[in-house]
Design a protein around this ligand. Structure first.
Ligand code: S3P
Length: 427
């Protein structure tokens, strides 16, 4: 699908972002192995979560979807699926399922779409094998992965790369292991799994940079949750709001978990006017409304330690940098080369079409500010975040932009183009 966009003369409105994708995955997976029924309200309606739901149904979990509410009948035992589990484009699904299924007493095979079949799975297989798991991947590291459920034991493990998916896979396995598991993170990454497990009365705690889990008899307490809006989805509007010369946007009911607030911190460091209002808690996840308006940005060097906290938002920071004063540099982001596409290469390549001066670095990118964006023919390469980034670029570029492969947005944000039409006004 090609989406044609013209520069908005004015940006105004209120956005209610889609349910947080990470929290939705955890809400569905963890409640599937809890000892009863729970409801997940306002979950992501994107294709990634749909893949998780479909895999869990194949594993015998009853999940009903009605009026935006998922009704989940949990149980400690899953059933062997009678076919391959299809994680589609979702690495979170594939990796978390590896951890979940490593202890189940049957055989599972997980695969994904063409993009996901090229992404590394060794990062979850290595620690799971240390726990006693039996799993095999194509070319060792790739999907499809075959898992034969085994008895697991707790381990002490330092995450070699900051990854919430890997951390969560180990935590899921540790719930069914004998003995204690300790996971050390050198750079903290999103902690939604830990937060939800606390609500579910699991024996989980944090000591400094170590997460400690002890298996507990009696299973997990089911928890019904309201899923906060996804800050990674909201970030498209945060950036549009700051870079457009006549913008005011309010983003309501947005998750503001500190491990996800990197984008707000980076934009503020660049001079963005972002207000956080009406803070409250949903379950034990913090939620707030965000208000953003046109700002004069200046370029920055993003601290590599801060990169894991903005890993999904790096392409947006580069776009913001192109309209800032001075140069913006991001380093320590080589993980981005292992996402749905090589997001460093493809972002630099596609933003260059708008006459933005950008340069690829081995582990990041450098972008020169003060660009006058020109509308362009550009391509999502099937990557949802790239499709939406190019949409935002089109909303501030002169002339017409055509985003090819615009439908990819529906992986995480099916309403993205409708929300774009609602905030983008023409004189
Ligand atoms: C996610 C973790 C991140 C992120 C992805 C969602 C999660 O991936 O990029 O969009 O829900 O745990 P990594 O764990 O690979 O960094």
């Amino acid at each position: 699908m090609i989406r044609r966009i013209r520069a908005c003369s004015k940006v105004r409105g209120e956005i209610s972002p889609p349910g947080d994708k990470s929290i939705s995955h955890r809400g569905v997976i963890l409640n599937s192995i809890a000892r009863g029924r729970a409801k997940v309200r306002g979950a992501s309606s994107g294709a990634d979560l749909a893949a998780t739901i479909s895999c869990l149904r194949s594993l015998g979990v009853k999940i009903q979807a009605q009026n935006g509410v998922l009704d989940i009948w949990g149980g400690e035992r899953l059933q062997e699926a009678d076919d391959v589990l299809q994680a589609q484009n979702s690495a979170t699904t594939a990796r978390m399922l590896c951890g979940l299924l490593a202890s189940q007493p049957f055989v599972s095979i997980i695969t994904g779409d063409r993009s996901l079949r090229q992404r590394p799975m060794g990062r979850v297989m290595r620690p799971l094998r240390l726990m006693g798991a039996e799993l095999w991947g194509r070319k060792n590291d790739l999907l499809p992965v075959v898992i034969r459920g085994a008895r697991l034991r707790g381990i002490e493990y330092t995450l070699p790369e900051p990854s919430a998916q890997v951390k969560s896979a180990i935590i899921l396995a540790s719930l069914a292991a004998s003995g204690e598991t300790k996971i050390k993170e050198t750079i903290p990454c999103r902690d939604h799994t830990e937060k939800m497990l606390e609500l579910m009365e699991a024996d989980i705690k944090r000591e400094g940079d170590v997460v400690i889990i002890k298996p507990k008899g009696g299973g997990l307490r089911p928890v019904s949750i309201d899923v906060p809006g996804d800050i990674s989805a909201a970030s498209f509007w945060l950036v549009l709001g700051t870079i457009h010369p006549d913008a005011q946007i309010r983003i309501v009911n947005c998750g503001v978990n500190p491990t996800r607030m990197g984008i707000v911190n980076v934009l503020k460091d660049m001079g963005a006017k972002v207000e956080i209002e009406n803070r409250r808690l949903w379950g034990n996840e913090p939620v707030a409304d965000l208000y953003v308006e046109s700002s004069h940005l200046h370029g920055i060097e993003v601290d590599p330690q801060a990169v894991p906290g903005v890993i999904d938002e790096v392409p947006l920071i580069l776009l913001a940098g192109s309209l800032a004063q001075g140069r913006t540099v991001i380093r320590g982001a080589s993980e981005l080369r292992l996402k749905e596409v090589d997001r460093i290469r493809k972002t630099v390549m596609e933003l260059s079409r708008f006459e933005i001066e950008a340069r690829e670095l081995p582990d990041g990118a450098m972008i020169y500010g003060g660009a006058k964006l020109q509308g362009a023919e550009c391509q999502s390469h099937g990557d949802h975040r790239l499709a939406m980034l190019l949409g935002v670029a089109g909303m501030v570029a002169q002339g017409e932009t055509a985003v090819h492969g615009a439908e990819a947005a529906s992986i995480s944000y099916p309403k993205f183009w409708d929300d774009a039409s609602s905030v983008c006004q023409y004189a």
